[in-house]
Write a protein that binds this ligand. Structure first.
Ligand SMILES: [Zn+2]
Length: 352
């Protein structure tokens, strides 16, 4: 419901914002909306003849269409055509060409993903394809364009950006919407006790706690990211209800600091976006907006964007640093030991 309604406004918004733009127009709506919905074509039986390099590029691009990766088809084509520039891509390509197996093609996709993650010129916005990415990355963002807080002139365009991202890598908010694990109205004193009693300190970052199931997943995810050259460092996670209320009262942006957030559920992490000596960022800052957009170049953000879902972690589009644990089916598991289980819910109509 929400997606459809906002999708309509998205393209209204696009045409409105892009009408004065001298560069090419954004792609027509069906092109984008078709991408996530298109069902995978059944795999054809392996042909006995030798695979050609062009055939392999096409087959790899088809893996993106089948959702084996979040990389855009454009990125796959451009990078594989340029494969001589990158030793790892070249090796993986030649192996896939020789072996012609699904496994070797997936290994090639992984090599492409690693390049995407570690290339400083690439932004997470590039999963949208080159045209849309260009519109958002090169837009002249004003200081206060982050939605909420002091009014910026382009907040609506920021909404368009996050709605577009949501089509490719959807949110599953743990504290709101129909995917919620716990809604504000369900958080009685007994529920608060139940939730906070299930928090465990994060090994290696003991100052922070997570719901024990989210923690188990986080630890496995952190190990995988580490193997791929990315350190997942927590800047903030659990937030006791009293602290959350105090923070919200003090902050001037209710969108960024909520009194009932997924942090209060022990299901959210704010990650450090700066990376090594190369990328220094003003962490968890909502202004200037250009900095928030630049954060999407962080290898940490890009890793989570491509790989987080395998571990149950989902984005909050407004904030590149904020990720939530809420895989499908988690609500029942979360409530399993609470007397009576998960609370009964009315049908939820998502807020616009
Ligand atoms: Zn957060």
């Amino acid at each position: 419901m929400k997606t459809i309604v906002r999708l309509a406004s998205l393209f209204l918004g696009c045409s409105m914002f892009f009408s004065g733009c001298a560069t090419s127009r954004p792609p027509a709506a069906p092109e984008i909306s078709a991408a996530p919905a298109a069902p995978a074509a059944p795999a054809a039986p392996a042909a006995p003849k030798m695979q050609t390099p062009m055939g392999l590029i096409e087959a790899t691009a088809q893996l993106a269409e089948a959702h084996d990766t979040r990389l855009s088809v454009n990125y796959i084509w451009a990078t594989l055509k340029d494969r001589q520039q990158d030793a790892d891509i070249k090796t993986a390509f030649e192996r896939a060409l020789a072996e012609d197996t699904r496994e070797s093609k997936l290994a090639l996709v992984r090599a492409l993903e690693l390049k995407f993650i570690h290339d400083p010129k690439i932004s997470g916005l590039d999963i949208l394809g080159p045209e849309l990415s260009h519109h958002f990355r090169d837009f002249k963002w004003q200081e206060d364009d982050f939605p909420g807080g002091p009014q910026g002139p382009n907040e609506q365009f920021a909404d368009v950006m996050v709605d577009t991202l949501d089509l490719v890598r959807a949110e599953r908010r743990a504290n709101s919407s129909r995917d919620a694990v716990v809604l504000r109205a369900e958080a009685t004193d007994a529920v608060w006790n139940y939730m906070t009693n299930r928090w465990i300190a994060v090994p290696g970052q003991e100052r922070w706690k997570l719901n024990r199931i989210a923690l188990d997943s986080f630890v496995r995810m952190r190990e995988q990211a580490k193997r791929e050259g990315v350190d997942l460092i927590i800047l903030s996670s659990h937030r006791y209800p009293q602290t959350a209320q105090k923070n919200a009262a003090r902050a001037n942006n209710p969108n960024a600091v909520a009194s009932f957030s997924s942090h209060s559920l022990g299901l959210a992490i704010d990650f450090k976006m700066s990376h090594g000596d190369d990328l220094k960022l003003n962490e968890t800052a909502t202004r200037p907006m250009s900095e928030v957009v630049r954060m999407r170049e962080s290898p940490t953000h890009k890793w989570l964007l491509l790989r987080g879902e395998e571990f149950g972690w989902y984005p909050y589009q407004n904030e590149p640093w904020h990720w939530e644990y809420n895989p499908p089916g988690f609500r029942e598991i979360f409530w399993a030991e609470f007397p009576g289980g998960a609370p009964q819910r009315e049908i939820i109509i998502d807020e616009p």
